[in-house]
Write a protein that binds this ligand. Structure first.
Ligand code: ZN
Ligand code: ZN
Length: 369
């Protein structure tokens, strides 16, 4: 039997359940989990804030582990064969259909209505389809990729789902060499945006956040200006960014907070004719009232949403991991690892922001061959 941590219903604690070993169909594989992330999304799933989430479910959408068994031929996107014993991650999104209006006409595959996501839109009744489990069943068609040479599993999970999410947000932001970049939020997505902005040649990076562990991480990640939002009024926060950007505001601002009211501040702290990317509002946490004349029309502001990721975002950001890890203290972001039975503790620590990042190690320490 295989042990997994299950969210039985919204508002309920996680419990450990046992599942039979899955039978492999052609093109599928078994993945022995080394680390699975505990992400802000898992808090929202526990709170019942995400539509389309079936309960009970096994959470865990960003994972690293070892390929255990493969049925048939499994190849990576470059055509290289994948084999048992390799350290890999997999793209949590699959079944993007390449056949619907959004995929083919709008060319917006993250809005494909057919896509399914491990740990979020699959229920536990459909199988071992989340990473808070000793073993994950990789269905046929799931994209598997090896970690680059020298990249430790802990380094990968430190980036976790924030790694491709931030990559996508920066792509949406069209960052240009020499831009000033402001990031709202110093959680994992904000910190990864901060790292990518520096790699992409920002002339100045500004990050707004709170909580000692996150502010320390922001400084360790090399932000030029770190603004502690606690004790500052929204107006003072905006003033602080204007003060750091010659009174104009940032060329590019990325929202990574999850707080609807941050949107107004974000628009205000972006320069006229600048770009504003909203990536942190993954769940519906309510409405805000904005002045469209002042903040959008007259400001000539470009506002862009950023939903989900495509395989290319995961692929490219994983290729960047060796360079990221050489320049930023990535692995330090994982404040603590938890066993499966400590999953509730992990959720509570993420909820209270006592940790920058929590990772679950369902099998304990795993020997890598
Ligand atoms: Zn996530
Ligand atoms: Zn589609």
């Amino acid at each position: 039997m295989i042990k997994a941590a299950v969210m039985p219903a919204p508002g309920r604690a996680v419990e450990i359940r046992e599942f039979p070993e899955p039978e492999l169909e052609p093109g599928s594989a078994l993945f022995k989990t080394i680390y699975s992330e505990v992400c802000g999304t898992d808090i929202h799933v526990q709170d019942g804030k995400l539509s389309l989430t079936p309960y009970p479910l096994i959470p865990g959408h960003a994972n690293v582990g070892i390929l255990e068994a493969i049925e048939g031929d499994l190849k990576d996107v470059e055509g290289n064969p994948l084999g048992a014993g390799q350290v890999v991650t997999f793209f949590d999104v699959h079944k993007t259909c390449n056949n619907c209006w959004y995929c083919l006409v709008a060319k917006a595959p993250t809005r494909c209505p057919n896509r399914k996501v491990y740990g979020i839109t699959y229920g536990a009744e459909e199988g071992l389809l989340g990473g808070w489990s000793e073993v994950v069943y990789l269905k046929p068609g799931v994209r598997v990729l090896r970690l680059p040479e020298g990249v430790e599993p802990l380094t990968f999970i430190a980036g976790g789902c924030a790694l491709p999410t931030a990559f996508h947000a920066m792509e949406r932001g069209d960052m240009r060499l020499g831009d000033t970049v402001a990031v709202q939020g110093a959680g994992p997505v904000g910190l990864m945006c901060l790292a990518f902005a520096q790699m992409a040649g920002a002339s100045k990076t500004i990050i707004l956040g709170n909580g000692a562990p996150r502010l320390k991480a922001a400084r360790d990640f090399g932000a030029d200006v770190v603004i502690d939002i606690d004790g500052l009024s929204p107006k003072d926060r905006v003033e602080a960014v204007l003060g750091a950007t010659g009174g104009r505001g940032a060329d590019l601002t990325v929202e990574a907070t999850g707080a609807p009211q941050a949107i107004i501040e974000g628009m205000e702290m972006t320069r006229d004719a600048g770009r504003y990317v909203v990536v942190g509002q993954y769940t519906d946490l309510g409405d805000v009232l904005i002045n469209p004349h002042r903040l959008i029309n007259r400001k000539h502001l470009e506002v862009r949403g950023c939903w989900g990721i495509e395989f290319g975002h995961l692929y490219k950001s994983v290729q960047l991991l060796p360079r990221l890890a050489a320049r930023f203290p990535l692995a330090q972001m994982v404040t603590r690892t938890y066993s499966l039975t400590e999953a509730n503790e992990a959720l509570a620590d993420v909820r209270a922001q006592r940790v920058v990042k929590a990772a679950i190690a369902p099998n304990g320490p795993v020997e890598i061959g």
